[in-house]
Structure formats: C-alpha cells, structure tokens
Design a protein around this ligand. Sequence first.
Ligand code: ZN
Ligand code: FE
Length: 252
Amino acid sequence: MTDWIEQSNMSQPFKIYQIPLWEDNYVYVLKDNQENKTAVIDPGGFDAVQNFLKKNNLKLDCILSTHHHWDHTGGNLKLKREWGCPIYGFKEDAERIPGIDVGLKEGEFVFVGSLCFEVLYVPSHTLGHIAFWNKENKILFCGDTVFAMGCGRLFEGSPEQMFDSLGKIKKLPEDSLIYCAHEYSLKNAQFALSVQPHNKELKARFKKISHLRKQGKATVPFYLKEELLTNPFFRAKTVSEFAKIRKLRDQF
Ligand code: ZN
Ligand code: FE
C-alpha cells in the first residue's frame, strides 16, 4: 500500500494528504500554505501519521476528531504528547474523545491557519459525531457519516437522526468534495446496485470504482453531486425508506 496520497491541486492554498491505514481507514493531513499550519483529522494510529510528518518535514499544530471510535482517535494521545498540539472534538462527547482540549458545538468554527471550518453536528453513527466544513473551498471531513454510496452504521443514533444528518450534508453545494474516513466504496456500490438496479449513474460509478480498486487506488474523496445521484441513503425520501435500506445494508 502507498504511504500516502496527495489529494489537492496547485491552485488551492492548501494541501490535503490521505494516509491509508490498516484495511480501509483514511487519515487526513491538511496543510494550510498561507500560515504554514498543519492539522490531522481522525488519526486512528500514531506511527503512520508520525512517519508522514517526519518524511515531509511538517510539524503538527492541531488534531481534529470527528467521533470517539478508536480507529479514528487511537493516535490522539501519542501525537499530542509528541507535538503538544490541542485536540478538537465535540464538547458533549468530551469524556470519550481521548485527549480533547477544545470542546466544539454545532455552528462553531475551527481554524487551521487561514482555513476556517464550521462544525456540523451529524449524530447517529455515534451520538457525538461532527463533521468539519470549509465553505470557501467546499471541502467536508465527515468521518463515518457519509461514505461513497453509503452511510455510517447507526451504532448509537436512530434512523431519524441519520436521515437528518445526511439532510444537512445534502444541502451543501453539489461540487463539495467529501473526505470520508473509510474505503468502503466497492461493497457499498454492490449494495447500492441491489437497491437501485436500473440507476444508470450508479452503474457507471460502479464500473469506475471497480477499475480504481483493481489498481489499488483510492475512490475517496468524491463530489456530493455523485452521492445525490447514486447513494441510496441520500436518495431515500422518508425516514422509513431510509431505515429500510439501512437494515438491508446491515445484512448485506
Ligand atoms: Zn466510526
Ligand atoms: Fe470508523
């Protein structure tokens, strides 16, 4: 597996690096070029992130946690010890987010150098799940809330809560780029096809994704627009339709 993938283009005032971890996790490192500040989002492990920072001569300025699960926070304490950097997470979930220093609420802002992220409260996968939204550049770090053609399992919340959380994300501009925390696209696409076998865009996306995965390439990030066309959870019109699809996915 590659050590990391650079997911940004020259015209942007920042860089995003995607670090694959274990089977299918993604950790993101965001570097703001204007003020030379670096953040890591959901560091599930320490070593991969630390190696990345060393090899690229970066120092870490803050850690952003979308939710408490160990595969997204496992590196928090060691990175904090190493870099003395603050950890941001959802205020009401402070007891479960290792090393949290700054508790955030819906609608508050976090800065990574010149980049401003709005906190979106998107509960259901866990009850303390948040996403980080940068309006200027239309990028979203959504943790385990949305995946390509899928959504997070409802470990703690209700179908209604996830339906509402996805509803919040649905309202963002269609050309927003979504950086989710797992590479689940292929299995999700297979499931999505079982729900919407005649969806043309979905069939095309399945092809594209299968091809990328065969080459060992990442299918994340992706545009919100693609989700609106192909993601069965986004396309569910009612909570009960959503709940039915979620149940089917759990058994798939
Ligand atoms: Zn999770
Ligand atoms: Fe996860």
